[in-house]
Every structure is written in C-alpha cells, then in structure tokens.
Design a binder for this molecule. Sequence first.
Ligand SMILES: [Fe+2]
Length: 361
Amino acid sequence: MTTSQLKPRILVVEDTPEHAHILIESLHDDFAITVATNGERGLLQARGDNPPDLILLDVLMPGMSGYEVCRALKADPLTQDIPVIFMSSLVEENDEKQGLEAGGLDYISKPFRPSLVRARIHNQLELKRHRDNLEDIVRGRTRELSLTQDAAIFGLGILAEFRDTETGMHIRRTQSYVGLLGEYLNTRPKYAGFFTDDTLHLLVQSAPLHDIGKVGIPDQILRKPGALSPAEFDQIKRHTVYGRDVLEQIEATIRDNGASAFLRFAKEVTFTHHEHWCGTGYHGLRGEDTPLSGRLMALADVYDALRSKRVYKEAMPHEEAVKIITEGDGRTRPEHFDPDILAAFVALNESFRTISMDFQD
Ligand SMILES: [Fe+2]
C-alpha cells in the first residue's frame, strides 16, 4: 500500500485553477487530493469506485452550483455520509446558512489560510470517525438483541415441540418453508399491500411459536401411537387456543408497537395454522377469514408432517408428499389450501425438498 492510499482522500471541487493549486500545495502532505473542475465531475467522482473521505466544495461554479452539488450528494445513499465543507469568498451570513441547509458541515472563506483549512478538515474527519464508530456500536447491539430474541423465541418453540418430535428441526424447517412461500408471494402484485421486508421478517420470526400451545396437551394424547378418540382429538385441537391465549397474556403486559406487530403474527399463526381454505379446519374459518400467516403455516406444517416420522407413521418421500398436497388422499385435500399458496408450493417444491434434506431430524 502506498503512502497516498493511507492518507484520507479529499476531493476538491473548484473551477478556478489557482485556488485548486493553492489547496493542493497546502494539503498534499496530510491528504491524498483529487480535483474536479466543475460540479458535475465532482458528483461523478464522489459516486465512483474510490469515493473521497471529505469534499471541499466551491460555491460559485459554472453549471451546477456548490449548493446544488451538495443537495445531490445528500440525496444519494452512496454519497450522503461524505462530509462536505463549502469554500467561498461569499461571507454573508445568509450564504453560510444556505450552505449548511444544503447539507454542508462547515464553511471556509477565501482567500484560504492553509493552517485553518487543514484544521477544519481534520476536525470534520475526526467527527466522522466518531459517528461511524457510534453507528457500528448501535448496529452491533441491534444485531445482538435481534439474535437474542430469535434464540428466545426458538427456544420456546423447541420446548413446545420437545415431547412431540424431540428435535428443533420441525420448527426450523417450517420456519424456512414459510419464509420461502412469503418471499415468493412478496413478488406478486396481489400481495404488495401485505408484505414489506419488515412484515416478512416478523412472520418468519413468529413462525416457531405456531405449536407453543402443545405444552398444554397431556403426554398420553400427544404421543399416542394409535388413532385418537373424538374427545382426544378435541383436546389436540385446543393447542391452537392455548397458544393464542398465552400470547394474548404476554401482549397484555407489553405496550410496544414493534412487539405488538410480532405478537399479532404469532397469535394469528398459533390460532389458525390448522384452518382449511374450504372451511373444514379446526375452527371452521374459511378462505381469507384465515389470515395469510396462518394460511402459509398451514401448508408448511402439512408438508412437514407428511415428510416426518411420527409415533404413528413413517416419513414419506418428497414426491409422495407433493402428490398428496396437490391431488389429495383420504385426509389431505388440495381444497384445504389457499390456491395462491398451493401454486407457490408447486413452483417452489424443489426448494422444499432441499430444506427438508438440510434440516433432517
Ligand atoms: Fe399445530
């Protein structure tokens, strides 16, 4: 690495060659200087592969003025964080105000005093370093918090599954299937009003809780190898109610918008993941009366159940599971599923196979 690569990079946008020359002469010991002779070129360089650490920007130039250049820099996510110092022989208070309003951080008057220019640049670079450090710390903490949340949610989900499947893989898989289907629908105009990156994240994040209510089901019913009596089946159905009720109690103790959006999805998924599009599910909800979150989980859960070994049955190959979901058998019928989600499943079925292999029990 050369010395100039280690120095902070300063882009000087200045149309007067003598002024540019003075700046190069007085700054080149401390900084790697490049010069653009008008605003348009300055913008191009700032957006280039090797962006500057700071821009010294002349106010009065032919073509784009310094203020216009600065506003364009601040409007572009690629360049908005580059500190800008204006240079001008304008000394009116109003000019300085205009420069700061355009997004400049400082204002240097011409003629230049080299030591002052150097000091101002060092100050702004130092402030930028502090800002970047703070942003890194906040990003790191936010990520840490999000991972802790995911781990806690996942842990709760595993606890609920523990007596049933004895591994956390069922919730890992169903979570992945829901994410896959959600991403697919997200590209469809019909679902544009529902999905944002945030809602998709919340949906995927809440998916592991879908069977949390199983903690309320007695072992002799949950692990029964043979057929369930109607009364026992009624008890099994209650896991959707227990799960929703627990989440409602949690919701009642929390008054936070972010958390309530998450809990809304979690409640929807726990209560409605055994509903059928045709209305023959646990609670008899029909069509879009079942929220999208529950409709997505319904298909994910059925595919996973078909593909998994249970105390009362063997695991099924992928092709057979797809056939049953799309053509039906004695228990499962294609009318059980939202037709859009069923079509998404057919389109994505090879990815379902891959996920089922990646997260085997
Ligand atoms: Fe369930």
